[in-house]
Design a protein around this ligand. Structure first.
Ligand SMILES: *Cc1c(COP(=O)(O)O)cnc(C)c1O
Length: 879
């Protein structure tokens, strides 16, 4: 008989062991080796059995064992050290406290962020990868969010995180006998996880409620996780006050479509803001000044903040919108249009209109925010990314290339501006060292280059680490991966129905001395899981080469609804099942953080072959690099930015080619050639001591140069300095003096929008282009009609520089022409001198754009007035 409900009965720990509970409830253990060691020593065999999950460990450890430990002085001393260390970690000032401090204790100088650093930042994400024991993530987006929080904790950045608690998380994967992906959704019991219910002072659980159509309400409770110093609030709709369908809203990550998805996002965005308010009220945590949304799913948070400001400060919709935008940062993560979250407009209309409409947040205004108003847009959809960009004054992509692709993709929202001026920046992702780097690597670094481990400086010292030491650690990690892979293979074959006799070969599968290539990813088509199988014979030769064999370890999950992805997995599995190659190529089911860690640590080469430029950043290759792995990748995402010819290999991309089949063929051929002629040759080229000298030079170079870049500490500092601090400044400028800034900016924008159709550059003249030479000046006179606007409302700029053969300006410079001089009929004359700073083809134009100190940039409003073509442009050939 099946139980109708399952729950977890918590162990009551003997008094001397209470500290264990404290340690477990803070997820810092997920990246703190000493704490994990302590857990292991509670019961080493059980620790392996429960898959390194400390909550399960305590649930299953025997009372006898606990009684023995309560009298074990050595264990108790270690426990006390660990809890004290955790307390120090949670309270001592860290980077952010110094950065934002009024005065630096040593130098007596103010930190660079003095007075400007936000008191708190709210971070919203639909998924978080913190540890394999909390399967609340599907892939890169969630892993990045987890690394962001852990790094915020390490640096002392006061982030408060918001997400949903999915009762069935993301699925776990196994294989059918014929290699088809099977999905399982094990039920999670929050009481069996390192979470606590958020409660009011009187002990009642906090309830967040949001209104639905037809007078229904959606209720949620809030679970509190602690990621080091970072509190994380997870909303959970599985409460008794909800009807059955509402209870299921937080059932699965990316499970349903349409309504279900919209309700999840309403709960995340609107409910998330309400959960934060409750948390701050109860704990005294400062109210966030900046709201950062990781992808568009949480975008409704902006609507809730508009509603709050209207209700509490009496602001109108447009005024509140300005205040909200100023303090919001939106990070876009996908250059794949199908990856963007869109809903039918009627659905949004139904959920935010009718009786559920908030008076201060009219549904018409909501629909405008998500409308695809650009020429190629679809008028019937509501686009969450587009809304995200309209609700945030600051937007970024996740690598330089992705920033550029995003500017092209969303440029239509900023009308007449060149792509390069579209206000979408970029911060390249990074990874959390504590989570991903093998302990042996950290120990070796601590011994040989302590500065890197202690302060993150002195990376060049890595080049002096003895090659033999590095090779020993690499061998050890490869061997560990081989053992882990064999264990997983055995388990997988048993589940596929094989007998013990049929799987005896697994004890010989993979070889700890063979060049090991890792390939693990989600399986959307752009990642091209099966590119390496393009020519199976060629692949077989590489695997079975008598002198320089390679072995490949593969993992990946296809989205449950993605039949095509499942077919790709099956194709790989069938190949890897072949008796001739199965000892050299394996597919390991259930790619999660634990398997990911094993792979990025143990593989010599990390392979990635996406369709450029569809990989926004990619982070698994960064994890491999930090462990001394070399990347073999298409130049996409982060690898496009940081590949330097010495730190791995670039697979040539045929991305200009329209025919996908031809493109795959070319790129696959290049891949085989690289592996055979370069990767394998370098790996097996050994000196007298048996060391691959050249390979190890590449490893050292990789760690020394990529190390400081790929770390999430670099990423988080960039977010703080380039986004959080400027956003907090803007938000304060809007809020000060009872929101005078927001009120005046909203009124000013209305005025400018209304007048803009009348703004025109009427006439442009210049002197000095008859005999131009470098160093000369071009004097420019512009006659502009400001359509009734005041000269202080606009900037009139000369735009100048190199031009391409079609007269387009390349990386132009901008010169603001001085104060205008009013002429008859409301026209204004502007004059200025453009310096001719370089020889060659040169051109200039002029433009009028709105100007206000409360705007984050010139392009913000998407308004621009250009001269009537073509006399605005003058070309000269400078010698
Ligand atoms: C790092 C990681 C990812 C993201 O890696 P990509 O390079 O973006 O594919 C996905 N899943 C797991 C389990 C990871 O560890």
């Amino acid at each position: 008989m099946k139980a109708i409900r399952r729950f977890t009965v918590r162990t009551v720990l003997p008094e001397p062991l209470r500290g264990l509970e404290e340690l477990i409830l803070n997820l810092r253990w997920s990246w703190h080796h000493e704490t994990l060691d302590l857990f292991r020593s509670v019961d080493p065999a059980l620790w392996e059995f429960v898959g390194h999950d400390p909550v399960r460990l305590l649930g299953e450890v025997s009372a006898d064992r606990l009684a023995r430990l309560s009298g074990d002085r050595r264990f108790l001393r270690r426990l006390q050290d660990a809890t004290e260390e955790l307390n120090d970690y949670l309270t001592a000032p860290r980077w952010y406290q110094e950065y934002g401090a009024g005065l630096d204790a040593e130098s007596g100088e103010a930190g660079p962020g003095a007075g400007a650093a936000p008191r708190a930042i709210a971070y919203f994400s639909p998924e978080y990868g913190i540890t394999a024991a909390l399967p609340q993530y599907s892939g890169g987006l969630g892993i990045l969010a987890g690394d962001h929080l852990k790094t915020a904790s390490d640096l002392g950045v006061p982030i408060i995180a918001v997400g949903l608690l999915y009762r069935h998380g993301y699925f776990s994967q196994s294989l059918s006998p014929d290699g088809w992906q099977l999905e399982h959704y094990p039920a999670l019991d929050p009481n069996g996880l390192p979470l606590a219910l958020l409660r009011e002072d009187d002990g009642t659980p906090v309830r967040v409620t949001i209104g639905l159509p037809h007078g229904r309400d959606l209720h949620a409770q809030v679970w509190l996780a602690r990621i080091g110093r970072v509190p994380q609030l997870l909303l959970d709709s599985d409460v008794e006050d909800n009807d059955a369908s509402a209870r299921d809203i937080t059932d699965r990550l990316y499970g349903g479509g349409g309504d279900h998805r919209l309700l999840q996002e309403m709960l995340l965005g609107i409910g998330g803001v309400r959960a934060i308010r409750a948390y701050c009220e109860i704990t005294g945590y400062p109210a966030p000044e900046v709201f950062h949304t990781n992808e568009g799913h949480a975008g409704f948070l902006g609507l809730e903040r508009i509603r709050e400001l209207a209700a509490e400060e009496g602001l109108g919709f447009d005024e509140a919108l300005e205040a909200v935008r100023a303090g919001t940062v939106f990070t876009t993560h996908t250059p794949v249009p199908a990856g963007i979250d869109r809903f039918p407009r009627e659905l949004v209309q139904r959920y935010f209109g009718g009786v559920n409409e908030e008076e201060d947040v009219p549904v018409e205004r909501i629909l405008e925010l998500g409308a695809e108003t650009y020429p190629e847009g679809d008028r019937t959809v509501f686009n969450m990314a587009v809304m995200g960009m309209r609700l945030a004054q600051r937007v970024n992509g996740v690598s330089e290339l992705h920033g550029q692709v995003s500017r092209e993709m969303f440029g239509g929202l900023w009308g007449g501006f060149d792509t390069s001026e579209v206000p979408i920046g970029s911060i390249t992702n990074g990874v959390h060292a504590g989570t991903w780097v093998a302990r042996e690597v950290i120990d070796l670094a601590a011994r040989e280059v302590p500065a890197v481990v202690e302060s993150g400086r002195g990376w060049d010292g890595v080049r002096r680490v003895p090659a033999g030491d590095i090779w020993r650690v690499r061998r050890l990690l490869r061997e560990r991966l081989v053992h882990d892979a064999r264990r997983r293979l055995r388990e997988s074959w048993r589940r596929r129905g094989a007998s013990e006799a049929e799987i005896s070969w697994i004890s010989e599968a993979l070889d700890p001395d063979v060049l090991t290539i890792g390939f693990a990813r989600r399986v959307p088509s752009y990642k091209r899981l099966t590119l390496m199988m393009r020519d199976p014979e060629r692949l077989r030769e590489l695997l079975l080469d008598p002198d320089r064999p390679v072995q490949i370890v593969i993992a990946g999950k296809a989205h449950p609804a993605d039949e095509g992805g499942k077919r790709l997995i099956q194709e790989i599995v069938r190949f890897a099942d072949g008796e001739d190659v199965r000892h050299r190529i394996v597919f390991l089911p259930d790619y999660d953080m634990a398997l990911g860690r094993s792979l990025v640590q143990g593989c010599d080469v990390w392979m990635n072959n996406p369709l450029r430029p569809l990989e926004a950043c990619g982070t698994s290759g960064m994890k491999a690099a930090l462990n001394g792995g070399l990347n073999l990748s298409i130049r996409d995402g982060w690898w496009d930015e940081w590949y330097d010819g010495q730190n791995g290999w670039a697979i040539p991309s045929a991305d200009g080619l329209a025919a996908p089949d031809r493109r795959d063929a070319l790129e696959a051929a290049a891949l085989y050639e690289l592996i055979e002629d370069h990767v394998a040759v370098t790996f097996y080229d050994r000196d007298a001591a048996g060391l691959p000298r050249r390979w190890l030079e590449m490893v050292k170079h990789t760690i020394a140069t990529l190390g400081p870049k790929v770390l999430a500490t670099r990423m988080l500092r960039d977010y703080v300095e380039d986004y959080y601090v400027p956003a907090a400044r803007s938000a304060r400028a809007m809020a000060s003096d009872e929101y005078t800034g927001a009120r005046s900016l909203a009124a000013w924008k209305q005025k400018v929008l209304k007048a803009w159709p009348g703004v025109a550059v009427e006439h442009v003249e210049s002197n000095g282009e008859d005999s131009p030479h470098v160093g000369a000046r071009l004097s420019v006179r512009v006659m502009a009609d400001l359509g009734g606007l005041d000269p202080s409302d606009v900037a009139v700029e000369a735009v100048y520089g190199r031009v391409d053969p079609s007269d387009a300006l390349i990386d132009p410079s901008y010169l603001e022409l001085g104060d205008g001089e009013p002429i008859d009929g409301g026209r204004i004359r502007y004059v200025g001198e453009v310096p001719l700073t370089r020889s060659g083809a040169f051109g200039y134009s002029v433009r009028v754009v709105p100007r206000n100190r409360l705007l984050a940039g010139r392009a913000e409003m998407g308004l621009i007035a250009l001269p009537p073509a073509p006399h605005g442009m003058t070309n000269g050939n400078l010698r």
